[in-house]
Design a protein around this ligand. Sequence first.
Ligand SMILES: NC(=O)C1=CN([C@@H]2O[C@H](COP(=O)(O)OP(=O)(O)OC[C@H]3O[C@@H](n4cnc5c(N)ncnc54)[C@H](O)[C@@H]3O)[C@@H](O)[C@H]2O)C=CC1
Ligand SMILES: NCC(=O)COP(=O)(O)O
Length: 326
Amino acid sequence: MNRAQPAPIALTCGEPAGIGPELAVKVWAALKDELNFFLIGDPAHLPAGAPVSLVASPDEVPGVIADGLPVLAHRFPAPATPGQADPANAQGVIDVIARAVDLATTGMAGAVCTLPIHKKALKDGAGFGFPGHTEYLAHLAGVERVVMMLASERLRVVPATIHIALRDVPDALTPALLRQTIEITRAGLVAQFGIADPRLAVAGLNPHAGEGGAMGDEELTWMIPLLDEMRREGVDLLGPLPADTMFHAAARARYDAAICAYHDQALIPIKTLDFDRGVNVTLGLPFIRTSPDHGTAFDIAGTGQANPSSTIEALKMAWRMAGATP
Ligand SMILES: NC(=O)C1=CN([C@@H]2O[C@H](COP(=O)(O)OP(=O)(O)OC[C@H]3O[C@@H](n4cnc5c(N)ncnc54)[C@H](O)[C@@H]3O)[C@@H](O)[C@H]2O)C=CC1
Ligand SMILES: NCC(=O)COP(=O)(O)O
């Protein structure tokens, strides 16, 4: 590897009781000759016998990554028991994310890549007041609004509303929110994915995109007028499209990203197509953040079965976005 590259990526440990510790070691084995990254977490949470290179600062990473997983130690109060989150560790998980953001904003880390957190464990254990990383990272960065994108080679999707109850979606999905989501997505595709003139598709809220008002009227009353207005402003937009027919192969070829009304409308197609290789990327932050597309997988934690492919893709994407040259 050419070591004159971006600053190393900070990989946050996520929930120690999940598959994060196992993934950290597996991705080190896969990527140690390709890119620079370091884990922020407790070395005692890693699988027994894992090769570790303790570092005091990210700039030590290039010199030691060949020998073992570079770890910037963050000591936790309790050990990690696979499949059982310990409330005593919840605050540590949150603090590690904040530490990674500090390193990224000061340029010591080239990007942040997050291993999965268990949202309820953080809420119960430390009163975590955010639905997920996305909103917490926006808070830490002092940014009012960011966008969650899940991306793979075959599809990019954006849920305009994220972790809210389905019954709250129609009220939360406002013209202002959809406009902002489209604008941030478009800017992110240009700046972070290198797409000069992004083509966007917007899903309707209702079945068949409302079918002319026969199955809901949000498309008629405000979505069509908003998208028409944005097309006149020069945005390359399709929609509102019926969500059930916009994800087959020929339909996907017509756009660079699909903007969806709610979480499952966006995440079901990409996790069905590319669960192993999907990457979650936050657009609109002043630093790069990627993540695997899956969660803590308590059901297989500690068994050695965790597939590292999505985390490998997340680290590679962060490395490219940080400006790495091949
Ligand atoms: N970025 C993040 O921090 C994310 C966190 N989560 C959180 O994770 C927790 C568990 O969520 P679930 O809905 O159960 O989803 P999950 O992704 O953890 O697990 C769903 C299924 O996929 C399997 N699976 C997941 N990742 C795998 C991998 N790398 N290799 C092999 N099998 C894998 C699991 O064993 C399970 O059967 C929740 O608290 C959720 O909020 C979920 C998604 C992303
Ligand atoms: N369903 C996606 C997800 O939970 C990721 O959330 P975040 O922690 O990246 O905000």
